[in-house]
Each structure stands twice: as C-alpha cells, then as structure tokens.
Ligand binder design. Structure first.
Ligand code: SF4
Length: 243
C-alpha cells in the first residue's frame, strides 16, 4: 500500500535535498520507497536522457518507462535504441489500447488539431494513471527554468493528481548543467535538439523554435496550451505543468 506524504514531511525532505546533486536525490528516493516501486518517466528529451544516465549510477534496476502515443518522432525510437545499447536497459512501453483509427472514428480525425486536451488525456494521462498505480514514487525531468508554470517546482512533491511521491531531481539545474552532464557522460540524445527542437513531444504538436523564442513555444503551436497535463503543480493543483 502507498504511504501518503504529508506537507510537513515533504517540506523537511526539500530542506535537506535543496542543494543535493540530482544523483543524491534519486538515491534518497530509492531509499524511501520499496524496491522497484520508484520509476523514471522518460520522454527521451535531454533532461530525461540525463536522468537515465543518473539512474544507472544509482540503481540500474529502477524501472524506466515511456509513453508511446503512436505519434512519436522516429528519432525517439532511435535514441531509445542507443540508450538501450549503452546501458543494457529495457524501457517499459506504456500506451493506450485506443488505436489511432479507433480514436478517429470515435472522436474525429486529427483530434490533436481539434481538441488537443482530450487527445493528451486519452493518449497520455490515462495510460500514465494506470501505469503509476503500483508505484510509490516517480521521477521526472521537470525543471524550474523550463517555463513560468514550472518555476515553483520543488525537488520533492506529493503528486495530488496521481497520489504518489514525485521527484524532480533536476529542478534547480540550468540547461547548461544538463547538457554538460550529457556530454561528460557521453549519453545518447535526440538529434532533433540540434535542429531547433528544444522540447519534443508528438510530431503533430511539435514544431521548430526560432532563436529567441520561448523553448516551449514549439509545442501545441496555435493553441492556448503549453502542457499536456501529466504534471500538476503542488503549489497550485489546478495549474497544469506537463511534459
Ligand atoms: S501531444 Fe498532441 S498528438 Fe500527442 S497526445 Fe497530446 S494532443 Fe495528442
């Protein structure tokens, strides 16, 4: 059974971990949860591949999963393969049973263009909710620097939406720190990052970003949407901060 972490316990954890290296934060998470009940969410963006490398140093048995929406860039598969080869790990594929054809029949063609919130709910949020059910905690690549909606992200949070512990080991790290770690450890990363895509989601909802633009402006371009709803801010549970 999952143990609930109250706000006082979360606050104490944040005080003790605020200056800790992300690896120490992952190690702490691994110690306070039962074996195999902490998991890393990997969307194969640069923060996530850095975390994959860190998790291998802490405990290679920590399960790593990714959400397969059936709408991922082919480069995602390639980086997944390269990471598997380097670390000998198997990524758990999490997906909806709703095929794209079924979705089109039920909700209309290209749901992402007419109702991206519903599309994300069906293809990401619900599969994630089911997948997280047996876990006590999950690790994410959310960082304060990524956007204003993420600027209050703590290292340790109680995830109200999915009711488990949430670790954001990179929250205080800058872009430069993440990239330095990737280069120092020769971690495979998505080549689209070198081609103007700082944030990469499903291909229908991701475009290149021009120099000077907000890094996340390439996601759901044309919609008043910047997040897909996987993450909810603990300081404001109504505020979505997604991957
Ligand atoms: S990112 Fe776009 S295509 Fe992917 S699940 Fe969300 S709306 Fe659908």
């Amino acid at each position: 059974m999952r143990s609930h972490w109250d706000q006082e316990k979360i606050k104490q954890a944040n005080q003790s971990l605020s200056k800790a290296h992300p690896i120490e934060i992952i190690r702490w998470g691994n110690e306070v949860t039962e074996r195999q009940r902490l998991t890393l969410a990997c969307s194969f963006g640069y923060e996530d591949v850095a975390l994959v490398g860190m998790v291998q140093q802490v405990d290679p048995s920590i399960p790593i999963f990714y959400l397969d929406t059936s709408l991922l860039f082919k480069e995602v598969e390639e980086v997944q393969q390269r990471l598997s080869d380097k670390y000998q790990i198997k990524f758990h594929r999490v997906t909806t049973l709703l095929t794209l054809n079924q979705q089109a029949k039920q909700y209309g063609e290209k749901l992402w263009a007419s109702d991206p919130n519903l599309c994300c709910q069906l293809r990401k949020v619900e599969p994630l909710r089911q997948h997280l059910e047996p876990y006590e905690g999950w690790i994410t690549g959310v960082r304060r620097q990524q956007s204003t909606t993420r600027s209050q992200t703590d290292v340790v949070e109680w995830d109200e939406s999915f009711q488990l512990l949430k670790l954001n080991p990179l929250t205080y790290w800058t872009d430069d720190q993440v990239w330095a770690y990737i280069r120092q450890h020769d971690i495979p990363y998505n080549p689209l990052h070198d081609q103007g895509y700082p944030s990469i989601g499903c291909w229908p909802c991701t475009r290149k970003v021009k120099p000077g633009e907000d890094p996340r402006s390439g996601r759901w371009s044309g919609f008043n949407k910047t997040e897909c709803g996987l993450h909810t801010s603990s300081s404001n549970p109504d505020e979505e901060v997604g991957t």
